[in-house]
Design a binder for this molecule. Structure first.
Ligand code: TMP
Ligand code: MG
Length: 286
């Protein structure tokens, strides 16, 4: 049906079911579709030329805004908690308090650095942030067809918005749920706003934002795109969902995690740094 679904990076537990969902969504038409996507390591690349690409947090961590001492502390946190994030031997319940610990410690350190709002543009410009190959087509195509895109991220909202703004794809159909910085009257970071979004509470985050999903209540068909098992609950606020197609990037620890990804996501993209499959799917649906 879609030749890209036969590419070597694509794995599916139940291909006929995927085909069925795609057919149903195509028949229902673009006016019934919404896309909900994670940001870090989903819309952005995991690696480029063998080197890891930064998350929205890492863009700050690696920047000139952070002291050397603080950089070392943030790096220690990453080295401690990232292996836990991707550990297939621990349950989500076990990981949850540790992830809250990671986010809380990282945000506390960032706040201590008195980051200035007016520096964020430069910091993103100077960073190695990279959207996945084919991002332009992805964002432009959704905009052209008036399909809403919700970017639902446990990263830093101000930073990720700047990444997509500088890439020229922050179109009016894009909405972001994320952790936003709170600046004082002189433009210095004083805290993070609202409820913390971490990797395992996207369901709660979705349920807090009922207004957004209310506006989209006629869009019963969802494409969900993520890279973590925590991303699977991003669509939990959608009104009377009819069909959902879950697409997951499996970037790291492939062998250990493949089975759980295949059980959770309808389409698993293994070590695929591109948007090719997603774009082919969108072209087919519109
Ligand atoms: P996402 O929901 O947009 O994917 O963002 C979450 C990612 O951010 C997750 O993979 C872990 C990563 N992260 C960092 O890289 N540094 C940090 O300090 C924290 C708290 C998270
Ligand atoms: Mg992610």
């Amino acid at each position: 049906m879609i030749p890209e679904l036969s590419s070597p990076s694509v794995c599916m537990r139940d291909p006929p079911r995927v085909e069925e969902i795609i057919k149903t969504m195509q028949k229902a038409g673009t006016s019934t579709i919404q896309v909900i996507s994670d940001f870090d390591m989903t819309l952005t690349r995991f690696a480029y030329n063998g080197k890891r690409c930064p998350t929205s947090h890492n863009i700050l961590d690696n920047s000139k805004l952070i002291s050397e001492e603080c950089k070392a502390q943030l790096k220690d946190l990453l080295n401690t908690y990232y292996p836990i994030e991707i550990d297939s031997k621990r349950t989500a319940e076990e990981k949850l308090p540790l992830m809250v610990e990671w986010w809380t410690k990282a945000h506390t350190l960032l706040v201590q650095q008195r980051i200035r709002k007016d520096m964020l543009q430069d910091v993103v410009k100077e960073s190695d942030a990279m959207l996945r190959e084919g991002y332009q087509l992805f964002f432009d195509h959704l905009q052209e067809h008036s399909i809403p895109l919700l970017i639902f991220s446990a990263g830093v909202g101000d930073v990720l918005e700047e990444v997509i703004r500088q890439a020229g794809v922050f179109h009016p159909n894009v909405k972001v749920f994320s952790n936003y910085m709170d600046f004082d009257e002189t433009g210095v970071l004083k805290a993070f706003k609202g409820e913390l979004i971490h990797i395992y509470n996207k369901r709660e985050g979705a349920l807090l934002n009922t207004g957004h999903f209310q506006e989209l209540k006629s869009r019963h068909n969802v494409l969900l795109v993520g890279d973590s098992l925590g991303d699977l609950t991003m669509a939990d606020g959608v009104h009377s969902m009819e069909n959902i197609l879950k697409i997951g990037f499996l970037n790291d620890k492939v062998e250990e995690r493949k089975t759980s990804y295949l059980n959770a996501y309808d389409i698993v993209l293994v070590k695929d740094e591109t948007m090719e499959v997603l774009n082919a799917l969108l072209l087919h649906l519109t």
